[in-house]
Design a protein around this ligand. Sequence first.
Ligand SMILES: Nc1ncnc2c1ncn2[C@@H]1O[C@H](COP(=O)(O)O)[C@@H](OP(=O)(O)O)[C@H]1O
Ligand SMILES: [Mg+2]
Ligand SMILES: [Mg+2]
Ligand SMILES: [Mg+2]
Length: 352
Amino acid sequence: MSQLTEIAANPYADELAAAKKAVSLAARLCQRVQQGILQSDIQSKADRTPVTVADYGSQVLISLVLKKELLSHSFSMVAEEDSEDLRKDDAQQILEHITSLVNETIANDDSYNMSLSKEDVLAALDGGKSEGGPSGRHWILDPIDGTKGFIRGDQYAVALGLLDEGKVVLGVLGCPNLPSKSTNKHNGSSSGDQVGSLYFATIGCGAKVQALEGSEPQKITICSVNNPVDASFFESLEHSKRDLTSSIAEKLGVQAPPVRMDSQAKYAALAQGDGAIYLRFSGKGYKERVWDHAAGSIIVTEAGGMVKDASGNDLDFSKGRYLDRDRGIIATNRYLMPMVLKAVQEAIDEEQ
Ligand SMILES: Nc1ncnc2c1ncn2[C@@H]1O[C@H](COP(=O)(O)O)[C@@H](OP(=O)(O)O)[C@H]1O
Ligand SMILES: [Mg+2]
Ligand SMILES: [Mg+2]
Ligand SMILES: [Mg+2]
């Protein structure tokens, strides 16, 4: 397809190109940090979850690239990180480290000739403070999803979505440790496959994968398993109510053990047919953040799958920084969804 035909067929072609470029550059910074991560690269946030120099660096690079590539558009971003902790007196060293990581990543890429100051870094981080909502366009960014997996040396994802009038219309997931096929063996790579994948989707145009370093994009589709006995399911390694997910799996007759993986790499693996179901049930009262699901969910739906909450409703990304629901997310194909929703309701009812 020529570039002109592609733009005519995909109204978000410019945004997609910018988002892919931004996520690829950020993933490069993350890969470098993960290879030699030190305790001093990791901080604890007010909610006691971890954040690293790479989470900050990735967010800075992505906001920078989007602004450079999409000059004519107004810019609003709902992102996980902000500059508050880095403005404290004892954070000067880590801020310097983030600034040099960002500058080195830019210098190693031929696209931009610039150098950021510490103030530029803080300002770029705070460009992600938008509240999102039902009108206009908003980027939704998780600069590293699965920070715990990232620190452990396991799966993580750089996750960028675009909300337009309350709907997710575009998603890009950079998964530096995910092979483009057959991740269903366990939480890592399997021999022979290309590791380090960039998944992307725009509404109505399907979902694709290419190598992070660049390759011809390939269409991906969710698996067509229609008997739950033949299905396997993904769940979070860190944040899953395992008693509930195992009860759901038992009701369905799922035979395979759960595949536990960090981050939205689970959505990507599901979208390319590595497993059949993703069950996300967190502790009661936990409110899911939009950036933990925006990119992953559109990649699954554009690969032919469905993403619903425990009551069978579509996820609503138009309510601000949080998803409205606090009770479970299910992603699977259209054959299994009715059966999974029924098992979910039964398991939840029994729990009460
Ligand atoms: N108690 C909790 N229950 C559910 N999710 C939680 C949680 N604490 C943190 N999270 C979210 O779970 C995300 C990771 O997803 P997963 O569990 O699938 O690896 C985290 O993203 P970050 O790593 O971007 O902070 C964070 O937003
Ligand atoms: Mg986090
Ligand atoms: Mg996250
Ligand atoms: Mg994160």
